[in-house]
Design a protein around this ligand. Structure first.
Ligand SMILES: *[C@@H]1O[C@H](CO)[C@@H](O)[C@H](O)[C@H]1NC(C)=O
Length: 211
């Protein structure tokens, strides 16, 4: 072989060897296409997770709001009061020339503050079934007549006509009330009720359940 031919042959061999090395360097065992695909998948998964997280956060807001509403409703459901007629001392109330709403001053309890001792009126804070009862007492010789009113309309009453010693009467009623309905008791004209520190004359009411 001529030395020139040998040189060319060597060159070709060298080029071949180099190109195979180059292939090893630039095409490593990692497949770029596959890697890009993996990254795309990962990106999609991250996007989905972000969406899920956003959903969870907004659901969380909705739940928080619901919880607050339920808590408020539960607070509103606590309605109960009891009051005796006189805050202190003793004596008769009446007779009056006109009907008179009784103002029970000795407040034993007033959960929900629906009863107003300044007016003697209970105002329903929520729609529901309520129970009310009242007890009236009078001394001998006096007539006693008390009615329970819903928005000014008589619902139930007690009456005692000039008892020899003294008179007692009690009545109670379950009423379905709308928000703002008003319940009170009223002393009929020319009648009496008596009360002292033992609270013989009293008015109570409570929410049984909301409607
Ligand atoms: C009315 O109730 C009072 C107090 O409980 C009692 O002392 C009185 O005897 C009762 N009156 C009648 C007529 O039953």
């Amino acid at each position: 072989m001529k030395s020139e031919t040998m040189a060319v042959l060597l060159l070709v061999l060298l080029l071949c060897a180099e190109s195979s090395i180059a292939q090893d360097v630039f095409s490593p065992s990692v497949d770029i296409i596959v890697e890009i695909e993996k990254l795309k998948n990962m990106d999609e998964r991250i996007q989905k997770l972000e969406e899920a997280l956003t959903n969870v956060l907004s659901e969380n807001e909705v739940l928080k709001h619901k919880l607050e509403t339920v808590q408020k409703e539960n607070e509103a459901k606590k309605v109960a009061f009891s009051a005796g007629l006189l805050g202190s001392g003793d004596g008769s109330t009446g007779p009056f020339d006109a009907l008179k709403i009784l103002e029970y001053k000795k407040v034993f309890s007033n959960v929900g503050s629906a009863y107003d001792s300044n007016t003697g009126i209970f105002t329903a804070p929520i729609k529901g079934a309520y129970y009310f009862r009242f007890y009236a007492h009078c001394h001998g010789g006096a007539s006693m007549a008390v009615s329970l009113l819903k928005n000014g309309v008589t619902q139930c009453s007690v009456f005692s006509w000039k008892p020899v010693s003294n008179g007692n009467g009690s009545n109670g009623v379950v009423l379905t009330l709308e928000i703002g309905d008003q319940i009170s008791t009223q002393l009929w004209k020319q009648t009496w009720v008596y009360d002292d520190t033992a609270s013989y004359t009293s008015f109570s009411g409570f929410l049984i359940f909301p409607l």
